[in-house]
Design a protein around this ligand. Structure first.
Ligand SMILES: [Fe+2]
Length: 305
């Protein structure tokens, strides 16, 4: 089963062995699911978030909070009311902090071995969104950041369905090792490590800011492969129609977390979700061989970092 339900009674004081089991299940490609979120949103914050769709301000779009700079983005500050922007900033800061605090205990082996990445608020209805293929959420894919390489660090995402009555509907694919095997070596090849000349060129591009113009110059072989895998999966209609998949419905008020760079996923429907991303050091894995960089390096017989 790709989804493991965590009973609420086991959250009280889990022992080390239990915590390591949860980590290894996540690392192997399972979704850890909480039927009732273990991190409740304060009622006033929830009311504020759910009211966004009805307002005329431009707070409707996907909103991102960057904890390292305490910065909110995705808000059109020209048309949004200043008080709403301030309120949204406070709500997102509080949400980000609460998830970090919870996971510091729940996933103790990873603590201080992760970087707290962006949090996001997703108020739009996912069903029927009109987006270009590579940006569609309803096609199975593994996550990769186009402009922010992770260099092998894993993308762990904690989600929360805050819609009061609707499920958030996902589809989940097979584990990474099996899926990647269906694309490579036929449709995708694992790039070789950059030559010293190419590596030096990329370092110059990054130091001078030129790499912001050409995102590929920021990527080493690992991130290049992960980006190509993301794009190829979405663009391969045969894969989309014929791959092994399971439909999952996440209940209103529930939370779940998953390594989204390895678990193929798609969002078919739902509205109003919160999410917090962590980048986790692959060396912190309970089962290091499960990290995608370890799997790809084994397949390539070479270092990709
Ligand atoms: Fe995704």
């Amino acid at each position: 089963m790709p989804v493991q339900t965590i009973p609420s009674e086991s959250l009280g004081s889990p022992n080390n062995e239990q915590i390591r089991t949860w980590c290894s299940r996540l690392e192997a490609g399972e979704v850890l699911y909480f039927a009732q979120t273990p991190v409740p949103i304060p009622p006033d914050d929830l009311t504020f978030l759910l009211s966004q769709q009805q307002t005329s301000s431009s707070l409707h779009k996907n909103i991102a909070y960057k904890p390292d700079r305490d910065k909110l983005s995705g808000v059109d500050e020209k048309s949004a009311k200043p008080a709403e922007v301030v309120r949204m900033h406070e709500v997102m800061r509080r949400y980000s902090k609460s998830i970090e605090t919870f996971l510091s205990g729940f996933l103790a082996p990873y603590e201080r071995r992760w970087r707290l990445d962006y949090a996001s608020f997703r108020p739009l209805e996912e069903k029927g969104r009109d987006l270009p293929v590579r940006r569609r959420n309803d096609l199975l894919h593994t996550d990769a950041f186009p402009t922010r390489p992770t260099r092998g660090w894993r993308i762990l995402r904690f989600f929360h369905n805050i819609h009061p009555s609707r499920t958030r509907d996902w589809v989940i694919g097979e584990p990474f090792g099996r899926v990647v095997g269906s694309f490579t070596p036929g449709k995708l090849s694992i790039p070789r490590s950059d030559s010293p000349v190419v590596r030096a060129g990329k370092q110059v591009a990054q130091a001078t800011g030129l790499a912001t113009l050409v995102p590929q110059w920021k990527r080493g072989p690992y991130d290049e492969f992960m980006m190509r895998l993301h794009n190829t999966m979405k663009e391969d209609s045969v894969f989309q129609e014929s791959c092994v998949r399971e439909e999952v419905q996440f209940a209103p008020g529930s939370s779940w977390m998953v390594y989204t760079e390895t678990v193929p996923h798609a969002v078919l429907g739902g509205q109003f979700a919160l999410e917090q991303t962590f980048l986790v050091d692959p060396a912190a894995m309970v089962t290091r061989e499960s990290a995608p960089i370890a799997i790809l390096e084994k397949m390539a017989g070479a270092k990709l970092g």
